[in-house]
Write a protein that binds this ligand. Structure first.
Ligand SMILES: Cc1cc2nc3c(=O)[nH]c(=O)nc-3n(C[C@H](O)[C@H](O)[C@H](O)COP(=O)(O)O)c2cc1C
Length: 356
């Protein structure tokens, strides 16, 4: 049987063997930003499990860009070797490696989920930055508003991080402009109250994201794809909207962006989000239809039939999955069985492909 979920998808010079993507997931398991054996086993298992594209977790483009002191990083050349070891393994097992380049802005310098909540103490943390000096919440650090020099550093850090990513073997770059992190903070009027050319009007608020995109695209070879993850809505009155996202996608398309990864929320703690199966698919669909750019759908997509229906209904081009991959690293192999599609299993596991 043919299933769209197991049809290849080409973006520029990269062919994905199916439509199932490991969505970026912070592991909070690094010291000084370095990748280690945890990352190799965690990401390697998902390659063995048949994911076509594996996007590494939000990776700090500078030390102060990290969400927590335990985040993965790519701010120095020494980080390259450990990352390359993993991308080589993924490639050898048929998966394409992507990296999510990130700056946490005002949501930085916080505890990882299992070590605490809110801001870390001064001896572990750092001065956070943001479009405006407004904290995310009472328990988060008070950021300083970036000046022109600081903004230029952010752009340069994303450019250099892209060059290091290429040296580390990544074939897809995803710019993290979602979930209330720095680039989203600039886009949303809820977090951006600047009065210079980076604040106020829509054009001014999206300026930093466009400049980062241009810097990344400038050093990314023409045959490699660029994704941008956005929060398609703030789910909050007076905040960033789906209409803003469609307009943004139309502009990003002209800047060499190949796919919009459509998530939502994260910029303000009080947002009411109607979480449920496939709750963000409509955003991927509207952006795909109205901006004419490929999209990825994400958010409580947990089984093969659901994923297949999203593709069949032309709501998205790729299916990003996070938590289901934590429950089942071999989700793609199992999904193929569910849909009656014959896919290759790793030779080492072939004896288990059939129950009898
Ligand atoms: C453990 C964990 C870590 C995450 N880290 C990131 C991240 O680094 N970057 C990001 O954009 N989203 C991150 N997310 C969000 C996921 O990529 C995904 O968008 C979200 O979990 C919804 O998809 P799901 O229902 O398939 O889990 C994380 C989610 C989880 C569960």
């Amino acid at each position: 049987m043919a299933a769209k979920l197991f049809s290849p998808f080409r973006l520029r010079g990269i062919e994905l063997k199916n439509r199932i993507v490991v969505s970026p997931m912070c592991e909070y398991s690094s010291q000084d930003g370095f990748a280690n054996d945890w990352h190799l086993v965690h990401l390697g298992s998902r390659a063995v499990g048949g994911a076509s594209l594996i996007i590494f977790e939000a990776t700090g483009v500078s030390p102060e860009a990290r969400i927590t002191p335990d985040d993965l990083g790519i701010w120095k050349d020494e980080h390259i070797e450990g990352l390359k070891r993993i991308t080589s393994f993924l490639e050898a097992h048929g998966s394409v490696s992507g990296i999510q380049l990130a700056h946490a802005g005002r949501k930085a310098s916080t505890y990882s989920p299992w070590t605490g909540e809110g801001a870390v103490p001064e001896n572990l943390g750092w001065q956070t930055v943001a479009p405006s000096a407004i904290p995310f919440s009472d328990t988060y650090p008070l950021p300083v508003a970036l000046d022109q020099e600081g903004i230029q550093k952010v752009i340069d850090d994303f450019r250099t991080a892209t060059q290091r990513s290429l040296a580390a073997g990544f074939k897809v770059i995803e710019i993290h402009a979602a979930h209330g992190y720095l680039l989203h903070q600039f886009c949303s009027p809820l977090s951006n109250q600047r009065t210079d050319e980076y604040g106020g009007s829509y054009e001014n608020r999206i300026r930093l994201l466009l400049e980062v995109t241009e810097a990344v695209r400038e050093v990314l070879p023409a045959d490699l794809p660029l994704f941008v993850r956005i929060s398609a809505t703030d789910w909050t009155e007076g905040g960033w909207t789906l209409e803003d996202s469609i307009a943004l996608a139309n502009i990003l398309k002209t800047k060499g962006v190949d796919l919009i990864d459509a998530s939502t929320g994260g910029n303000v703690p009080q947002a009411k989000i109607p979480v449920g199966p496939g709750y963000q698919v409509e955003f991927a669909e509207r952006i795909k239809q109205e901006a004419g750019i490929p999209t990825g759908a994400v958010g409580i997509i947990t089984n093969a039939q659901q994923a297949e229906a999203i593709l069949e209904n032309n709501q998205a081009d790729l299916i990003f999955m996070a938590r289901e991959f934590l429950r089942d690293p071999y989700f793609p192999l199992h999904a193929a069985q569910d849909l009656g599609v014959d896919v290759e299993w790793p030779v080492q596991y072939q004896r288990a492909k059939r129950v009898k």
